[in-house]
Design a protein around this ligand. Structure first.
Ligand code: ADP
Ligand code: MG
Length: 624
C-alpha cells in the first residue's frame, strides 16, 4: 500500500513502532527478564552438576587407603543435597521468570498488533490481509512462546551443564576428559552433515505439504462439480499425485539422512559414551596412570557431555520457527497504516466529489486514472461498465478502504483523509456484495449501524429492510445468535446489512451490486428495502443490470479505469456509445430470457429510481 502524497500528518507512532530487526527487536522489550532467566538457568545448571562432583569426591574417600572419616563425608553429602535442591529452585525460578517475560511479550505483541491492524487499510484487510493478521496474532505469537519460555532456557542448560562438567573433568584427568569430548565432536560433525541442505529440504517439504493441502481443498470444494461432470476420478488423481510425490520425496530424504542421523544419535548415546570411557579408563587405571577413584566422575558426568547433541536438531528448529514468526510479526507491524488526520475536519453537506482520482493496488498498474465525479446531494449516480473496469475500486475509495494514489475524494468539501474514521462512517453508509455478520445476536448485528439505537428503532429498521418477519419467526427473535441460532441466506444477510445501514442513517450511501447473490424472492425484497434506504440520500450505486438504474440522475460508464461516458439514460442511448451498446446487449438478453419476473421487475413502479443493481450477469463474468 502506497503512502499518499498529501499533507496529512502520520498517526503519531509509538516509540517502538519502527521496524526492528525481527527477533531481537521483538525480544528487546523483555530483554532484562530474559537475561535474568538465562543467568538463573545457568546457575541452576552449574548447581545441577555439583552433586555429581560431590559424589565423586565421596568416592575418593571411600576407595582411599585410610578408613573414611564421617567428618570428611558429611560436608560432601550436605553439599550434594544443598546444590541439588538449589538447582531445582533456580531452575524453577528461571522458568517462572521466562514465563512472566513471555506473558508480557504476548500481551504487548497482541496489543500492538490489534492497535496497528486497526489502522490498516480495510481494502488490504478484506483482500486477504485478515488471514495474515490471524496467523500473526495466533500462530506466530505462540511460536514465540515456545522460543521465549522454553527453548532459550533449554539451550542455556544444554550448553552450561556440559561445559561445567568438562571443566571439572579436565581438572581430574585431562586425557580422559579429552576423550569424552570425542563423541561430542563426532556427533556434531554427523549432525551437521545430516542437517546440511536441511533448509532446502525443509522448503521442499513445506512445498510438498502445501501441494497436498491445496489439491485436497480443490478436490473437496470442487467435489460436486467434478462428480456432476463424471470427473470424480480426475480430481482424485491430482490429489493422489500430490500425496505420492510427497511420499517419494520423504522416503528419499529419510533414506539419505537416516544413516548419518542415526549414526550421530548412536555416537552421542549415553551407553556408548559410557562404554568408551569405561574401556579407556580401565586401561589407564590398570597401567597405574590414574586412580580408580578418578574414574568415578567420568562414569557419572561423561555421558552428560555429549547427550545434549541429540536434541540440538529440535532446538534449532524451534529457533528457526521463532525467527520466522518474528519476521512475519515485524512485517505486519511495519505495514503502513492509513494516515490519520491530526485535526480532523467535519464535512458540510453531502456533496461528494472526486477530482483527478487515480489508484493502483500494486504501485505499477493504475486501476483508475484521472476520474472526475460529482454526486449532487439527494441524487442517484449509477456506475456501470464491464467487470474489472474499476467500479468497486472507485466505490471503495469513497469508503476509504484505501487511499487514492493521486487526486482527492471529498465529502461536503472535506477530503476523506482529513476526517476521523468515525466521522467518515457517520457520513457514508454502505451495502456491499459480501456481507459479514458477526457471531452476536441479530439485534446487535443491526445495531452495529448505531450502537445507541433502541429495540424499537432496531425493529423499525428491520421492517423497512424487509427482514423483520424472518427474524420474528426465529426461536429467540432478535436475541437469536447469528451463526449458532440461525444461518441467514445471502439475500437475508443482505437485508440485515440494509437494516444496519438504515439505522446508521448516513447521508451518503454506497451500494455495490447488493443483489448479486440473491435468489429471485430475496432479490425483490432487497430491491424494496434498497429503495427505502436510498430515498433522500446521495447514492452511488454499482449495478450490472442496467434496467434497474435507468432512472438514475446520472449514469457514469467506466471502462479500463476511466470515465468513458456520462449522462442520463435517454441521453446516453441517443449518443449511441458504449452505454447504448451495453443496453442493447442486455435488452436482447432480457427478451431472449423472457421470464415473467423480468417483465414485472421492469414495469413495477419503483418508488425511487434506485431499483438498484440486479446482477444476473453470466455475460460479464463473476463480479468481484
Ligand atoms: P469491477 O468492480 O468494475 O468489476 P474492480 O474494481 O473490482 O472492478 O477491479 C478493478 C481491477 O482491479 C481489476 O483488474 C481487479 O483485478 C483489480 N483488483 C481489484 N481488487 C484488487 C485487490 N484487492 N488487489 C489487487 N487488484 C485488485
Ligand atoms: Mg465489482
Amino acid at each position: 500500500m502506497r503512502k499518499p502524497s498529501h499533507p496529512v500528518a502520520n498517526r503519531p507512532s509509538p516509540p517502538d513502532d519502527t521496524p526492528p530487526p525481527p527477533l531481537r527487536g521483538i525480544l528487546r522489550q523483555v530483554r532484562g527478564r530474559l537475561i535474568t532467566a538465562v543467568v538463573l538457568q545457568a546457575a541452576a545448571a552449574v548447581a545441577g552438576v555439583t552433586p555429581f562432583v560431590a559424589v565423586a569426591r565421596i568416592a575418593v574417600h571411600l576407595t582411599g587407603d585410610s578408613r573414611p572419616q564421617a567428618d570428611d563425608l558429611w560436608p560432601l553429602v550436605t553439599v550434594a543435597c544443598v546444590s541439588g535442591l538449589t538447582a531445582l529452585v533456580l531452575g524453577s525460578a528461571a522458568g517462572f521468570v521466562s514465563h512472566i517475560a513471555d506473558n508480557d511479550l504476548q500481551l504487548a505483541l497482541r496489543r500492538r498488533l490489534a492497535a496497528h491492524t486497526g489502522g490498516l487499510p480495510l481494502g488490504w484487510i478484506s483482500a486477504g490481509g485478515a488471514s495474515q493478521i490471524k496467523r500473526a496474532v495466533q500462530d506466530d505469537v505462540r511460536a514465540l512462546h515456545t522460543l521465549v519460555a522454553h527453548t532459550l532456557l533449554d539451550v542455556t542448560a544444554l550448553l552450561v551443564a556440559p561445559a561445567a562438567a568438562l571443566v571439572y573433568l579436565f581438572a581430574v584427568d585431562w586425557r580422559l576428559a579429552l576423550l569424552s569430548i570425542l563423541p561430542l565432536a563426532l556427533g556434531a560433525y554427523l549432525f551437521g552433515r545430516a542437517m546440511s541442505g536441511a533448509a532446502a529440504q525443509m522448503a521442499e517439504y513445506g512445498a510438498a505439504l502445501g501441494r497436498i493441502s491445496s489439491t485436497a481443498v480443490e478436490y473437496v470444494t470442487g467435489i460436486a462439480v467434478l462428480k456432476t461432470f463424471g470427473r470424480g476420478r480426475k480430481g482424485h488423481d491430482r490429489f493422489l499425485t500430490a500425496t505420492d510425490g510427497f511420499a517419494d520425496f520423504f522416503t528419499t530424504w529419510v533414506r539419505t539422512t537416516l544413516v548419518t542421523s542415526t549414526g550421530a544419535l548412536l555416537v552421542v548415546s549415553p551407553v556408548l559414551v559410557l562404554l568408551l570411557l569405561a574401556t579407556a579408563g580401565t586401561v589407564l587405571v590398570a597401567n597405574g596412570w590414574m586412580t580408580g577413584a578418578d574414574l568415578v566422575p567420568f562414569m557419572l558426568l561423561g555421558p552428560a557431555v555429549a547427550a545434549p547433541m541429540s536434541v540440538v536438531g529440535t532446538r534449532v528448529q524451534q529457533i528457526r520457527a521463532g525467527q520466522a514468526a518474528a519476521a512475519r510479526i515485524s512485517a505486519l507491524l511495519g505495514r503502513p497504516a492509513l494516515p490519520q488526520a491530526d485535526k480532523p475536519l467535519t464535512p458540510k453537506g453531502s456533496r461528494v466529489s472526486m477530482r483527478g482520482v487515480s489508484f493502483s493496488y500494486d504501485g505499477h498498474i493504475d486501476v483508475l486514472s484521472g476520474v472526475d465525479l460529482d454526486l449532487k446531494p439527494g441524487t442517484i449516480t449509477a456506475l456501470v461498465g464491464p467487470s474489472g473496469s474499476g467500479k468497486s475500486t472507485l466505490a471503495s475509495l469513497l469508503l476509504r478502504f484505501q487511499d487514492v494514489t493521486a487526486g482527492a475524494v471529498t465529502i461536503g468539501g472535506v477530503d476523506v483523509r482529513h476526517m476521523s474514521s468515525a466521522c467518515l462512517y457517520q457520513n457514508v453508509g454502505f451495502v456491499l456484495q459480501d456481507v459479514r455478520l458477526l457471531h452476536a445476536s441479530v439485534a446487535d448485528n443491526i445495531r452495529l449501524g448505531r450502537p445507541t439505537a433502541t429495540d424499537e428503532e432496531v425493529e423499525r429498521a428491520a421492517r423497512a429492510a424487509q427482514i423483520h418477519d424472518r427474524i420474528a419467526a426465529l426461536p429467540d427473535g432478535y436475541a437469536t445468535e447469528v451463526g449458532t441460532g440461525v444461518t441467514f441466506s445471502g439475500g437475508e444477510a443482505q437485508r440485515v446489512s440494509i437494516a444496519r445501514a438504515l439505522l446508521a442513517d448516513a447521508p451518503v450511501l454506497v451500494l455495490d451490486e447488493a443483489t448479486a447473490h440473491a435468489d429471485p424472492h430475496s432479490e425483490a425484497l432487497i430491491q424494496t428495502a434498497l429503495s427505502t434506504l436510498a430515498a433522500g440520500r446521495t447514492v452511488l450505486v454499482i449495478a450490472h443490470r442496467l434496467s434497474t438504474i435507468r432512472q438514475a440522475d446520472q449514469i457514469v460508464v467506466l471502462d479500463g479505469g476511466r470515465v468513458a461516458e456520462r449522462g442520463g439514460h435517454e441521453e446516453l442511448l441517443v449518443a449511441g456509445g458504449r452505454y447504448a451498446s451495453l443496453w442493447k446487449a442486455q435488452s436482447t438478453g432480457r427478451n431472449a430470457q423472457s421470464t415473467g419476473r423480468d417483465e414485472t421487475g421492469e414495469q413495477a413502479p419503483v418508488p425511487s429510481p434506485a431499483g438498484l443493481g440486479r446482477s444476473d450477469d453470466a455475460r460479464e463474468g463473476t463480479p468481484r
